[in-house]
Write a protein that binds this ligand. Sequence first.
Ligand code: B16
Ligand code: MG
Length: 219
Amino acid sequence: MIKAFIFDLDGVITDTAELHYQAWKRCAEKLNITIDSKFNERLKGVGRMESLELILEHGGKQNHFTEKEKRIVAEEKNEYYRSLLIENQSLEMLPNMHTLLLDIKHSGYKLALASASRNAPLILQALGITQLFDSLADPSIVKGKPAPDLFLQAAALLKVETQECIAIEDAQSGIEAINRAGMFAVGVGEVTYLKQADYVVPTTKELSLNEILVRWWEK
Ligand code: B16
Ligand code: MG
């Protein structure tokens, strides 16, 4: 029986992926590395330091910097990202997500967040939906996606078994994490990237509580 829903944040509840991309692009350019939107798919759902490692590897510069220098670059990216977040006054939820979260809540399911973003509390607050969540997994104390840890921690905080959870993600790394956690995986985005999910919808507009539960039941 399903008791809980666990959500990714960026790309599922709201779309800050473009802001992460702009911030990384600017930092990469300073390091003489070019990244494009196709490469950016690999950064979705991946933590800050891991994203930087992928960018350095992409530019053939993985051994060019000390740990301290890398931390400075990551901090600069975060400052730029947060300033874009603040500038972007119109931070909104993706279509239909407010209705879906309320449907889930009013139907008596538990709700948790499993985001790799250390900025997640700030974003939930900006969206005015902090109170809808029973628990938030903490990306600073567990391994990032594709490791299952964020989803396992979310289930543990909710005091439910992993097979009692449905989790929703937009990133390849996130779907892998959900599969490794032993939960039913719903993917939002292009099926080419998300074929490991149990059920994929192209956008959040197509997400409905009923349909998700039907797909879970059919599995
Ligand atoms: P931060 P999610 C992820 O959030 C983003 O998709 C990813 O692009 C970002 O690098 C990561 O959070 C870390 O974010 O720098 O804010 O800690 O998709 O797991 O909600
Ligand atoms: Mg995401």
